[in-house]
Design a protein around this ligand. Structure first.
Ligand SMILES: [Zn+2]
Length: 452
């Protein structure tokens, strides 16, 4: 053991998709130096100086798709029903009021809630760039900086997916609250995004809001920006049938085909939702190795539908998971929903093993966010750990043979007891070590300047 090394001792650990068999191991001694794992030894004897991780330890969870400010809408958009499009009006009304300071407070509290839920890295799909009316802040990346600072203060990593959002639809300029999203054209978006310098806990990626929000002849500019930097490129894809119909009317093809034609698909691209697809769309996404991010709790909430996730996985698309609108922040719920929603769609069970669902919530998600060195407990990987206590009523009666299934199908974010991010303890015994009263921070942020 070298100086500056911290040792953890996990009763049970799932070592990640690269583990043997189902990847479960017992009595695992984990050594961390700096922000990396330096040794991982199953069947070890606990040294007296090791930090005990009681329960089941997983790699840190990756939340591959988030809009932090939507957290303030939780529970407030259900009365009276409505549609995706009326929900969007509520979201715009909230977007209109946020400032860099109030967004920092709201995002910090939201990311702290994520940390408490075992999330070590968030992909923030960020489009609220400018001041009301589209006026530029003195620092044109003030809102980006608020989010990156919020993640640092909440103790998690962030991939800031700087989102190009130029139009309200084909040939429809931005209007009202949408003016805050717009950079004018893709070249101006690219110049602003490129000017941001990320600190160590952050990486910068690109996003195309959707094919309705970026004119077809400017999609290539965003794709090229990401390609030149070898950065992630994310895009909302076919979340609603109306998006497909508008694309067909304007361009004579599906959104997937349009993105493919403009060079926007590939192994560094993640299509978010991918709900309403043709067989040809599935083949294009799979053969290009485009990842697909499912956000089942949001898709339920917004009545989006259930996408063809097994078909996409079989075609070659890695699957990832996100909390998206943050109506729920629980990656275990997203993971089991992938399987359970498919059971409802197909009327059959057993589409994914628990380890496959955890792979979506860990390694695949981190890779899609530009952190391929996270998401597994192995020497050399980033030292992110999430420990689930096995003591709650939800998990009482668990058996070693089916521990992974208990965790995925019965545990909740409330069972997360300890979280380590980059070798630093962020959550201990269910308490956020940096912020303490996260519920209070959320309450103040939501009922204060960001109130709806
Ligand atoms: Zn989204």
């Amino acid at each position: 053991m070298t100086s500056g090394t911290t040792r953890y001792f996990a009763d049970h650990a799932w070592l990640g998709p690269l583990g043997e068999g189902d990847g479960l191991a017992r009595d695992v001694l984990i050594e961390v130096t700096g922000d990396r794992f330096t040794a991982v030894r199953p069947d070890a004897v606990r040294p007296p100086d090791a930090v005990q991780l009681a329960g089941l330890t997983l790699p840190g969870l990756a939340n591959a798709h988030s809009h932090a400010f939507h957290r303030a809408l939780r529970g407030r958009t259900h009365r009276g029903g409505g549609t995706f499009w009326t929900w969007r009006e509520d979201m715009y009304a909230l977007a209109e009021r946020l400032t860099p300071d109030s967004y920092l407070a709201l995002a910090r509290a939201t990311y702290a809630e994520m940390a408490l839920a075992g999330i070590s890295c968030v992909g923030e799909f960020h489009y609220l760039h400018h001041a009301p009316g589209g006026h530029r802040y003195a620092d044109p990346n003030a809102m980006t900086d608020a989010l990156v600072t919020a993640a640092a203060e909440a103790g998690i990593r962030i991939t800031l997916l700087d989102t190009c959002y130029l139009t309200g639809g084909p040939d429809r300029p931005l209007a009202g609250p949408q003016l805050r999203f717009g950079d004018g054209d893709a070249d101006s978006w690219a110049a602003r995004a490129a000017a941001y310098r990320t600190p160590d806990h952050a990486r910068l990626g690109a996003a195309i809001h959707s094919v309705r929000a970026v004119p077809a002849d400017q999609l290539g500019t965003v794709a090229d920006w990401a390609r030149e930097r070898e950065a992630p490129l994310h895009v909302h894809l076919s979340e609603q049938r109306a998006e497909n119909e508008a694309c067909l009317a304007a361009h004579g093809c599906t959104p997937t085909e349009l993105l493919d034609r403009r060079g926007a698909l590939g192994p560094r691209t993640t299509a978010v939702h991918a709900t309403h697809l043709t067989e040809a769309d599935i083949a294009r996404l799979g053969s290009s190795r485009t990842s697909v991010c499912l956000t089942p709790t949001t898709e339920r909430d917004l009545a989006d539908g259930i996408g063809p996730a097994p078909e996409l996985a079989r075609a070659g698309s890695p699957l990832t998971l996100g909390s998206d609108s943050n109506a729920v922040i629980d990656l275990l719920e997203e993971a089991r929903a992938l399987e359970l929603d498919e059971r409802l769609r197909s009327e059959t069970r057993g589409h994914w093993a628990a380890a496959d669902l955890l792979a979506a919530a860990t390694a695949a998600g981190h890779a899609s966010l530009g952190w391929p060195d996270a998401g597994r407990i192995a020497p050399g990987a980033l030292a992110d750990l999430t420990t689930l206590s096995l003591d709650s009523v939800r998990l009482a009666g668990w058996q070693p043979r089916t521990l992974l299934e208990s965790a995925v199908f019965a545990a909740a974010s409330a069972d997360v007891s300890d979280v380590v991010v980059g070798g630093r303890i962020i959550v201990a015994e269910g308490r956020h070590r940096l912020l303490g009263d996260v519920a209070g921070e959320l309450h103040r942020a939501i009922t204060g300047p960001a109130r709806t």
